[in-house]
Every structure is written in structure tokens, then in C-alpha cells.
Design a binder for this molecule. Structure first.
Ligand SMILES: Nc1ncnc2c1ncn2[C@@H]1O[C@H](COP(=O)(O)OP(=O)(O)OP(=O)(O)O)[C@@H](O)[C@H]1O
Ligand SMILES: [Mg+2]
Length: 347
């Protein structure tokens, strides 16, 4: 399968400004050295705790955010190498569906204005054909021509999300980022919108990036996925393989906490101590060492490399891959003794 998106060592850093003008205090390392590929026609999941960089990474894929380092290739073409007009053309083939269907639609626009806006921006001006296209799109997402002149406030959350989806597909995109598209919706609507996304994917031959905190949805929908922590990918690849055998302690903890599955073979779940550290000053070694229930002394200082442990299953963890044969700190393979204790919960 050919790749639609390829990320090569992509980093995104945001400056943190001090009180004095032009005085940079530091950098938020929102995304650090991420390399991934997304195949055409697949659903690619991005999971991880709040603030780990999922949205920033997705925004980089669609060109909303420029990478500080590295390259984003769309169908093999480096986005940063494209002249403005070419970039705009490519950009139209990549769209986003947002989390909050209440704030993502302009309340002063009616449905026709909202859904036809991207066509207007592209330069279309034939009112009749735009109207016909908007009706076609509304029918595709489960709404009807009777909704054309209604306003967002007349619709429920699920219906608003349908309007957002109609707008996102109005220019026939090939790549769609769905950033927590159902997390603001209640359970019954949640399933309907996911089914609609699946239906459209098949019908329109779309590729999705699906960002979600709901691992059950990710398991059901995604062909491949990336698990992120503090701006880094910890584990990535084929979704079935990762769910069947999560190797990184972070993936294991995330899955055990959410799906209530125990991967350790023992009847206990490690609850991760502490909060995610600040992305302004991430730890030099493995980014997860402070909260890792299995960390060794070397994890603190030596950054883990990515190793493909089986076909399409990559993991960055010293416990899985072993330490690299470089200069290692004393006692690097000894268990790390911390003041904080890992809390164990018995089932
Ligand atoms: N435009 C920006 N300027 C400065 N910092 C930013 C900007 N956008 C994101 N960040 C920071 O980058 C980090 C990653 O944010 P991001 O929104 O990508 O996380 P996320 O994984 O999508 O979180 P959530 O699950 O809460 O949506 C956070 O620390 C955030 O505060
Ligand atoms: Mg986000």
C-alpha cells in the first residue's frame, strides 16, 4: 500500500516568552523527532494522555503547523517545498473534523453557508450547483435539504457533528484528521457518528487519522496506531499486534487502565504515579522513566532507540530492546529506586 503521509523526524517546538519582549524563556517540545507512515485508505489512531502532542502532530500533517525540524511528505511530496498555490491545492485534499461540534460551527451562518464555505473560498460562484452539492453532502451525512437554511443552534450535538463532517468532505478530500470527533457526544450518538465515519471512508476512499482517548474505539476502528507520551512516539504499528501484545510499559498501563486488561500475567494493575512532566524541560533519557513502573537506572539518561520488534510493530524501550552498546551510566541495568512508590491495585 502506498503511503499518503510520511513524517520524517518531525519536531514541533513552541517558544515560551518571558516578561520582557523578545526574551525567550524556553521551548515547549510538543512533538519530538516523530517518524511515521500512514498508508492510503487506512485509519491511523493516535493515543496518549492529554497534552502529549496528538493535536499538534495532526496539525503538522495537514500543514496547519510548520515543523521546527524534519519533513512532512504528502503522497511523497515535501509540503514545505511546495510553492504557495500548490500548497493550497494539496491542503484542500486534507481536512479536519473537530472535537466540539458546538464551537466549531459559526452560529451566525446557516447550514448552506457553513457547508459551502470551502467551495466559495476555492472560487466557486455558481449558486445553483453549490446548492445541489450541499444537498448531496447533507444526504450523505444523514441530513436533508430541509436543513439547508437552519442554524447550528437548531441542531443537537450529533447533528452538528454531521454538519461538520459534510463541510470537511465538501472538497473531496483524500485525508481527514478526526480529532476526538465523538468525545463530546453521548454514548448512543457516539456510535452513530463512528458508523457514519466508517461508511464515508469506504464510499469516498478516505484515509483517516483518528485521535481519541477511547481505546475501545481505537481498537475497533484503527488499522494502525501510534502511542504518544510527552511529544514522543513510544510504540507504533499494526493495531491488532499492539493490542494483542503491547510492549511498552506506557502502552500496557494505558490499556490496562482503560480496557481493564492485565498484561503482566499477575493479578494486579500498576497505576502510574504522578502527572505527566512538563514538555518545557523533558527528561534526557526515556521520557517515561519518571512514571515507569519498571524503569532501570539507565532509562533516566539514555534515550531509547526505535526497534522494529516484529513486522510493523516498533517500540522505543530499553526493557524490550536492551540498552545500546554505548557508554552507559554505572548500574544502568539495576532497578531504579525512587522516592515515589508505584501504587499497586489488587483486583
Ligand atoms: N500554539 C501553541 N503554542 C504553545 N504551546 C502549544 C501550542 N499548541 C499546543 N501547545 C502545547 O503543546 C503540548 C501538546 O499539546 P496538544 O494540544 O498537541 O496535546 P494533545 O495531546 O492534543 O492534548 P489533548 O488530549 O488535551 O487534546 C501541550 O503542552 C500544549 O500546551
Ligand atoms: Mg488535542
Amino acid at each position: 500500500m502506498s503511503d499518503i503521509i510520511t513524517l520524517q523526524n518531525v519536531s514541533v517546538h513552541f517558544p515560551v516568552w518571558g516578561f520582557l519582549p523578545f526574551l525567550k524563556k524556553g521551548e515547549i517540545q510538543a512533538v519530538s523527532d516523530v517518524s511515521l507512515r500512514i498508508g492510503r485508505g487506512e485509519i491511523f489512531g493516535i493515543v496518549g494522555e492529554s497534552g502529549c502532542g496528538k493535536t499538534t502532530l495532526a496539525n503538522t500533517m495537514v500543514g496547519f503547523v510548520k515543523p521546527t525540524a524534519g519533513k512532512v511528505l504528502f503522497e511523497g511530496v515535501d509540503l514545505s517545498s511546495l510553492p504557495r498555490q500548490e500548497f493550497k491545492k494539496v491542503r484542500r485534499r486534507m481536512q479536519m473534523i473537530f472535537q466540539d461540534p458546538f464551537s466549531s460551527l459559526n452560529p451566525r451562518f446557516n447550514v448552506y453557508q457553513i457547508v459551502s464555505e470551502p467551495m466559495l473560498i476555492r472560487g466557486e460562484d455558481d449558486e445553483e450547483s453549490m446548492k445541489a452539492r450541499v444537498v448531496e453532502l447533507l444526504e450523505m451525512v444523514g441530513l436533508s435539504s430541509g436543513d439547508l437554511y437552519r442554524y447550528p443552534s437548531d441542531f443537537s450535538g450529533g447533528q452538528r457533528q454531521r454538519i461538520g463532517i459534510a463541510r470537511a468532505i465538501s472538497l473531496n478530500p483524500s485525508f481527514l484528521v478526526c480529532d476526538e470527533p465523538v468525545s463530546a457526544l453521548d454514548v448512543s450518538i457516539h456510535a452513530q457518528i463512528l458508523n457514519l465515519l466508517l461508511e464515508l471512508q469506504e464510499k469516498l476512499n478516505l484515509t483517516y487519522v483518528f485521535i481519541s482517548h477511547n481505546l475501545a474505539d481505537v481498537k475497533k476502528l484503527c488499522d494502525r496506531l501510534a502511542v504518544m507520551y510527552l511529544g514522543k512516539v513510544m510504540e507504533a504499528g499494526n493495531s491488532d499486534k499492539i493490542f494483542a501484545k503491547p510492549l511498552h510499559p506506557y502502552t500496557q498501563a494505558l490499556m490496562a487502565a482503560v480496557l481493564n486488561i492485565d498484561f503482566s500475567g499477575k493479578r494486579e494493575i500498576a497505576v502510574l504515579p504522578g502527572d505527566t512532566p512538563s514538555p518545557i524541560d523533558p527528561p534526557p533519557g526515556c521520557r517515561f522513566w519518571q512514571r515507569c513502573p519498571k524503569a532501570m537506572r539507565g532509562c533516566k539518561d539514555v534515550p531509547p532507540e526505535y526497534v522494529e520488534v516484529e513486522e510493523d510493530h516498533v517500540v522505543a524501550c530499553h526493557l524490550v530492546n536492551g540498552f545500546p552498546k554505548t557508554e552507559l551510566p554505572d548500574g544502568y541495568d539495576q532497578p531504579l529506586v525512587r522516592s515515589e512508590k508505584t501504587v499497586k491495585v489488587r483486583r
